[in-house]
Design a protein around this ligand. Structure first.
Ligand code: 13P
Length: 256
């Protein structure tokens, strides 16, 4: 079954609102109809979501979509600093990254938190991009597949089969993020295949086939073709290379 590729740029803590406007404009201008078969998503920081959305709305033909980098699971209330799924929907977010290893590492997010965030997003019609991935110690001890599939099962634990339909999974080995090191495409595909098997076990054969799985971690113009060629990799979650329009669009082109 042909899955529609998805390229998402995770801008992390980069770009002010005005810088985001400029980058989104550059992306919109360099978008080509030849990329129409690929879903293109940018995930700016919270403070730039609105300006990114307004910029894309202005260009009414732009198919580029907006995503957020995080969400809190409660719908509203006394949660200083937090942003709800309804607030993200209000600024036209279609996607939201959850469980990124940087959130797990610096903000102590647990698998339970990730599950609650995913459920809150689904409740607002936003597709979670569920991140998973092993540390170098886990890889070297041969526990990668068990670790990653456990992360995915935990993240999906609150979702029924119909809830889980919009979910996208991003496999990001922690040791490959921002380091210039990557697994071989075959190693990455092995993990993505295990994720697909897990999904199939949970939600059935058709759901497993339909699940989009992204690779993330030092993806760039030089290595994208090798990842794209793998049967279980349907796109990328891109950090550093998403901050320059030319680089990001070259990755979109590779998946077109
Ligand atoms: P880099 O592409 O900078 O390695 O970051 C990957 C990532 O963490 C995307 O979420």
């Amino acid at each position: 079954m042909a899955r529609r590729p998805l390229l998402a740029g995770n801008w992390k803590m980069h770009k002010t609102a005005s810088e985001a406007t400029k980058l989104v404009q550059q992306l919109a201008y360099s978008y080509d109809d030849a990329y129409a078969g690929v879903d293109v998503v940018v995930c700016p920081p919270f403070t730039a979501l609105r300006s990114a959305q307004v910029t894309l709305d202005f260009d009414t033909s732009s198919p580029i979509r907006i995503g957020a980098q995080d969400v809190f699971w409660e719908p509203s209330g006394a949660y200083t600093g937090a942003i709800s799924a309804a607030m993200l929907r209000d600024v036209a977010c279609r996607f939201c990254i959850v469980g990124h290893s940087e959130r797990r590492m610096y903000f102590h997010e647990t698998d339970e938190d990730v599950a609650r965030k995913a459920a809150a997003l689904i409740g607002e019609g936003i597709a979670p991009i569920l991140c998973c991935g092993e540390t170098i110690e886990t890889r070297e001890s041969g526990r990668t597949l068990a670790f990653v599939t456990a992360q995915i099962k935990a993240a999906l634990s609150l979702l029924s089969a119909s809830d889980a339909e919009p979910v996208v999974v991003a496999y990001e080995p922690v040791w490959a993020i921002g380091t210039g090191r990557t697994p071989t495409p075959e190693q990455a595909d092995e993990v993505c295949a295990a994720i697909r098997d897990t999904y199939r076990e949970l939600y059935g054969v058709a759901a497993g086939e339909a699940l989009r799985i992204l690779y993330g971690g030092s993806m760039n113009v030089g290595n994208v073709d090798a990842f794209r060629a793998m049967p279980n990799i349907d796109g990328g979650l891109v950090g550093g290379a998403s901050l320059k329009a030319e680089d990001f669009m070259a990755l979109v082109k590779a998946f077109s």
